[in-house]
Each structure stands twice: as C-alpha cells, then as structure tokens.
Design a protein. Structure first.
Length: 113
C-alpha cells in the first residue's frame, strides 16, 4: 500500500535555515513538541487559518517513510479530524518537493500544484 504524502508550510527563511543544518524545527516546537503537518485535503484550510500571510511561505511535500522522527496522526485541538504530527526534527531526506506557497487575488493561499 502506498503511503500518502504529508505537507508542512513554513516561512521560507525558517526552512532555509533548518535545511542548511538538516535539523528543521518550526517556531513553537519547544512549546508543542511536534511539527504540525497536513494531509493533501487539509492543506488549504490549515494554511488559510494558521500561516503568516505577511511572510514568504514554502509548502513542503514530505515522504512519511523517509522521516527519521516519529509520525503520529492525532487531533490535539479537541476536534474529530486527525492531523499528521512529526515528533522531532524534519530531516532533509524526507522532503521530496518544495513549493512557493502564494496568496491568490482573493487573499487566500492557492495550491501550487
């Protein structure tokens, strides 16, 4: 069975810094203990709710089988829909694509693929 990809959006400068050291962690990791990710169907809803629209955002396509940190599907906010969470750093080898994640004319994020 093919494992579906997961996605993570982040400010470009933060990703570039983490990628350079092969040790990416997002802002807020120390408080939450995991990296928030989305399934394909969750990307736009999550990004339009949580991404900083004042910064240049990158969308990362991640191969879960290549992760060196633990991946857990769960809902930590009290809802019913599970989201993928990476408990540890995101290693470069797990990132199979990087996309510029831009706002459309309506001010919302648009999928780059």
């Amino acid at each position: 069975m093919k494992t579906p990809h997961i996605y993570h959006f982040t400010p470009k400068e933060l990703w570039e810094s983490g990628k350079a050291s092969n040790n990416y962690l997002p802002e807020g990791f120390d408080e939450e203990g995991f990296i928030h990710c989305s399934s394909y169907s969750q990307i736009l809803r999550s990004a339009n709710k949580h991404a900083d629209k004042t910064k240049e955002i990158i969308l990362l396509k991640i191969d879960p089988k290549a992760l060196t940190s633990k991946l857990v599907y769960e809902n930590t906010s009290g809802g019913t829909e599970p989201f993928p969470h990476i408990y540890g750093h995101l290693n470069n080898e797990a990132v199979i694509a990087e996309y510029a994640f831009s706002l459309g004319l309506d001010g919302t994020f648009q999928l780059p693929f």
